[in-house]
Write a protein that binds this ligand. Sequence first.
Ligand SMILES: [Zn+2]
Length: 258
Amino acid sequence: MLFDSHCHFTDEGFDGIRPELAEQIRSSELARIVDIGTDLKTSLKAVLASETYDFCWAAVGYHPAEVGSLTEEELAKCLSLCSRKRVVAIGEIGLDYHWEDNPPRDVQQHWFRRQLQEAARLGMPVCIHSRDADQDTLDILKEEAFPRKVPVLMHCFSGSPELARQYVKIGAKISFAGPITYKNARRNVEAADAVDLKDLLIETDSPYLAPVPMRGKQNLPLYVRYVAEKIAEIKGVSLAEAEDATYRNACDFYRLPY
Ligand SMILES: [Zn+2]
């Protein structure tokens, strides 16, 4: 069985095809997905999807690109969704220094810290988005998350093998997405190789980042199997073993029964 640990099932990109997609998921080996929020609106959509589709769970929170005009009131509204039964994590939260029009770094850092503090208070795992911000992400997690025993998942990991090892050593889980299947993905492959299978999760981040052989097309949660195939190849295990391990790891992380 497969578990897509991070996708955006309620993204507008899937409007119109979602019921059909749900049927395809139900008749496939993809047993579970987590729909990840990026602000109040998308978090609410994720929660509603999780209460509509039996294979779907939700994460709620503010993506670093969305925190520009965030207030404590809005954040409280968003994180109050954690009381809903199908919400399994806070995310995606983190730092994104890649785009110039993202909020200033100090603003991103402030809201990243605040959401980690709330995760600790609420006893929720966190899904981390980190782009071109390796050191600051690590430093903030070391201050706010790990000492408080907040379970951490590094989503769509793109760092070095050394960084992956460092994260696992302090208790984080590492998730790989479509880019690990790309031709130029040597660093990704080396990072996955550096991490024990028991610490690896897989995801699609769909509708973005379709894996090979679907690269360039709209990504679907179903395509998580191509990521599983790549992980099997890298770890030198059968596809069934890779599916099984990543499925169990995701269940453990999100605290769902097998
Ligand atoms: Zn995402």
